[in-house]
Design a protein around this ligand. Structure first.
Ligand SMILES: *Cc1c(COP(=O)(O)O)cnc(C)c1O
Length: 364
């Protein structure tokens, strides 16, 4: 049987991409905010219906740079049920992550616990829109105003999601998107920050370019996080087909839902009120199922089907943070991390393949 990977990158036709990059052989302008970069920026501003955007070479550096640009200090409230990037971005900026638990419904930050974690050192909240499920943006906004905190969303999973017809890029002070090859929309590697305060635009630009502010001045300890022209060209192509890709994902997603809803011991995410989804992932939590998550993972692997323990382990249990945090402080996150599996999902996954995956799970 043909192997089934957990994900597969969306790509335009080769001719379309070649057509897009042809110009680069004329201009020899390959990076440093060239024409393709500018064009993609404009297209994404329109897509996100947002006032400001800055592009980056990947989502992680986008997150590091927006944290640096906001000049935060002290503690940042976040969750451990996320990709390594979220926590590392906080720590690499010299800040202390304070871990809040997640809620057991949509696996985003438990907004009822945030207030108890706020101290005089807290300067920001960094929640994650997990699997494209959105955080309780209204409650978070309320808390941020009450305690004068910045809010940066890790929206790496949330491209194409909107809430009450407002694109998810427009909540909090800023949102980071990842355009990594495995994400709903990709620029091979890539990322962006969308933000409210237009004055951040200059510092974000400078920080992603070594902190250079003029021919003879360097004002920030920046890095190199620029998106190059080949990445931008890929983005321009992929964005043309995004609606079709999302639609194909929806069909796969709904097929999974149909097969796995109301199965004893299998818990799925429900759709959220007012949210237009992007069908980025299909997480399944095994709760009183006949086999454990790890068993199901192995059964699938033996059939050449790769599911993913995502997110496992929790970031607050990483070796590199040994002794600093306790997973017992985030019991719900710990429980979900130990029991969740995300199933293969991408636009070109066939419905027969979905059936194969589901048959194996149901027959273990
Ligand atoms: C993918 C991802 C990132 C990092 O994005 P890259 O573009 O891979 O650097 C950060 N946070 C989450 C939740 C992600 O899934």
């Amino acid at each position: 049987m043909k192997p089934i990977q957990v994900t597969r990158s969306s790509m335009p036709d080769l001719e379309e991409y070649i057509d897009e990059i042809k110009e680069l052989w004329e201009t020899h302008w390959l990076t440093n905010m060239g024409k393709k970069h500018k064009e993609l920026e404009g297209l994404l501003l329109k897509y996100f219906e947002t006032p400001n955007i800055t592009l980056f070479t990947n989502g992680h550096l986008a997150l590091e740079c927006i944290i640096a640009s906001l000049k935060l200090e002290g503690e940042v409230i976040t969750t451990p049920f996320t990709f390594a990037s979220t926590t590392h971005a906080i720590v690499r900026n010299g800040l202390n992550p304070v871990f809040c638990d997640i809620n057991p419904i949509d696996y985003t930050i438990d907004v009822d616990l945030i207030e108890s974690l706020i101290t005089e050192k807290t300067t920001a909240i960094l929640p994650v829109h997990v699997y494209g499920n959105i955080c309780n943006v209204e409650k978070i906004n309320h808390l941020a105003e009450k305690y004068k905190l910045k809010v940066i969303y890790d929206a790496a999973h949330a491209f194409g999601v909107s809430f009450n017809d407002v694109n998810i890029a427009n909540f909090g002070d800023a949102s980071m998107f990842s355009f990594h090859a495995t994400k709903v929309f990709n620029t091979i590697e890539g990322g962006a920050v969308t933000y409210k305060d237009q004055s951040l635009s200059k510092i974000l630009y400078d920080i992603k370019n070594f902190g250079i502010t003029g021919q003879e001045s360097v004002e920030y300890i920046g890095g190199n996080a620029k998106m190059n022209e080949f990445q931008a060209a890929m983005g321009i192509c992929n964005l043309r087909h995004i609606e079709r890709e999302l639609d194909k994902r929806r069909i796969v997603f709904e097929k999974y839902e149909k097969r796995l809803t109301n199965i004893n011991g299998i818990k799925l995410c429900r759709s959220q009120l007012g949210v237009k989804r992007n069908y980025a992932y299909f997480p399944v939590v095994f709760e009183g199922f006949k086999k454990s998550r790890d068993d199901v993972f192995e059964y699938l692997k033996n059939e050449n089907i790769i599911a993913r323990k995502y997110f496992y382990p929790l970031t607050n249990s990483y070796d590199c943070y040994k002794g600093r945090f306790k997973t017992e402080d985030t019991p719900v996150a710990n429980y979900i991390a130990n029991n969740v599996l995300t199933l293969p999902l991408y636009a070109d996954l066939s419905l027969e393949e979905v059936d194969r995956v589901c048959d194996i799970i149901l027959e273990v």
